[in-house]
Design a binder for this molecule. Sequence first.
Ligand code: NAD
Length: 321
Amino acid sequence: MDEKHVVVTGGAGFLGSHLCERLLQQGHQVTCLDNFLTGSPGNVAHLLDDPAFTCTRTDLTEFVHVPGPVDLVLHFASPASPIDYLRLPIQTLKVGAIGTWHALGLAKEKGARILLASTSEVYGDPQVHPQPESYWGHVNPIGPRGVYDEAKRYAEALTTAYRTSEGLDTAIVRIFNTYGPRMRPSDGRAIPTFIRQALAGEPLTVAGDGSQTRSVCHVDDTVSGILGLAFSTHPGPVNIGNPDERSVLRIAEDVVAATGSRSAIEFIDRPVDDPAVRRPDTTLAEQLLGWKPQVDWEEGLRSTVAWFREALDPERPAALQ
Ligand code: NAD
């Protein structure tokens, strides 16, 4: 693959930092733009010695400037976990709208391809299961999750408008729940919450009766799928996620087993508009990109637990700065 200059917005976040790392491993030049709203410089600290890597504090909703030619923009800047977007509703809508507009403007100025990180949340609480890309979704625009879901739906519409009216080379990836190292232990998503609780010997708090389902994909697989689409010519939208669906209760039980914890399971109220089921139809990703998740759940969970164990070690607080 030819060496490219890739701009990753939100590159100091969970997914963004893994993308920067993989792109550098593949020999590309990488510019990370991030305002560290929900990400952290610590996530990319290990990359700073690489001369092919630059990280600049930039708020995408204010302006964006990158010197020199750019081949590809990966637009990942946005609060992503429910705890973050409920705490930052206006910032979430602004980065989805104005931030996406600026990212598209950068791609247009540079003649670059741009990939928008969209989400399975555009399907809302789905009435079609599993969800193919052709499904229009079931979203409550004025519900608490609406700020994230509608920001991403707007971002998809804006990206599509630039493609059809400006001829911009665009791609949309709809990412389903992803887990792995560098998730924040307190970001409110089920897997880091369960691992943190299990390692602390606290009860694992399962929402509702735990029968609602999630399909979780290891970050190594998600990154391979995203880059597969980014370096193709397909516009998408393409679902990237693991169709291996399990109940939230089963995920909690697996975390207890993987950590060797004696924690009990405690049932708490379900959040408003929490989707009952979620599973990607990945036929398109398989057909277009030859992509399928490879990481086995037990193995992925084991290595994620190992990372959290180290990151939460009070002797090594720097890991989570
Ligand atoms: P994250 O919060 O770890 O990363 C988001 C990054 O964007 C952070 O580093 C944050 O500081 C940065 N950011 C936010 N607002 C910004 C702004 N105005 N200007 C510049 N930077 C800004 O979240 P993540 O889980 O890595 O998600 C990254 C992207 O992938 C998001 O767009 C999210 O919607 C999408 N996504 C993630 C998942 C998942 O399972 N993690 C699933 C679906 C979609």
